[in-house]
Design a protein around this ligand. Sequence first.
Ligand code: NAD
Ligand code: TDX
Length: 341
Amino acid sequence: MKILLTGGSGFIGSNFVRYVLRDRDDIEVVNLDALTYSGNPENLADVENDPRYTFVHGNILDIELCRKLIGECDAVIHMAAESHVDRSIIDARPFVESNVLGTQTLLDAMRKVDPDNAKTFVHVSTDEVFGDLPLDRPELKFSEATPYAPSSPYSASKAGSDMIARAYHHTFGMKVMVTNCSNNFGPYQFPEKVIPLFVTNLIEGKKVPLYGDGRNVRDWLHVEDHNEAVLAVLEKGEPGESYCIGGNNERSNLELTHAILGAMGKDESWIEPVKDRLGHDRRYAIDATKLKTQLGWEPTRSAWPAALESTVKWYVDHAEWWKRVKSGAYRGYYEQQYVNR
Ligand code: NAD
Ligand code: TDX
């Protein structure tokens, strides 16, 4: 099977490429990525010469390119997106462009080159489309039946893209499936997201900026558990269905922060309470029963403290990677490796 993966140079995508090349010798991956600020060819430097991997530098808004690439592949896994909530609060425009228009462009490209709907399209989305849950109702979780109620410009743009994906299944009979996952963690995450930001700040001797009262809850899912679930949906999922992916691993930000401080031998004087994020969602939690009962998937790599500690260690051991990313220097690597080739 040849998969067109969009956004494969980002955090989740690069882990997906590495996972598939390692564990599935029957799969080839073509990675279409625009290399925005969070897309980094260095994330895949170790596999760039693998004969089952091809990198294409391009934008999902380029319909001709999408048509050509989809025409050459058996399936699409769509991960390309603007992904950071805080950036969407500063400027929502790129979120609407890449997430909403980009998804529509890809689906239109697929419709043209696959009129018989032979190919499968997995749209990778987020649990943030459901809005948030109260802290005092621990029994409540998001499931596939939860109504959409996005609250940030980011989650609103992802919700829009999910709706378009569902509509293309309903209207044109395309084999589209949607996944809604909780917060991923693991190697190669851009150090604007809370775990790599906090770990790298501490290594640099800086404090960690904890938003608001620190009681917000996230359901932490190891990126390889996530990618295993996405592949299961591609291979065994039902067209038109959506699947919630979670880690069974709810933690408050205070708990997360203390776990990171503990793993790094620091005390709580390193916490800097800062002003809350605008519209900050209180709690996300996923009920992944459908994936377990229908596709036989459950998380096996997300449990703490082991999974968090190995992730912290990855950032400690890969200072060269994140120092270049934090300084923006990886763009030089890109120019050298791809533009002049
Ligand atoms: P990321 O920001 O690390 O990577 C996004 C990638 O998409 C980058 O390589 C970027 O260059 C590429 N991209 C952006 N716009 C593009 C465009 N117009 N054309 C081509 N490529 C483009 O994000 P991530 O954390 O790896 O997230 C991947 C997907 O998973 C996103 O769709 C995101 O909404 C979703 N998601 C992420 C999480 C999480 O915890 N990280 C949780 C739920 C869902
Ligand atoms: O500096 C910080 N301080 C802080 O307290 C940052 C960056 C975050 N936080 C808090 C905000 C959140 O409650 O930590 C929590 C996690 O924040 P992020 O890492 O920004 O993730 P979140 O906003 O929960 O969204 C993530 O999960 C869902 C991804 O970025 C999205 O792409 C995904 O859809």
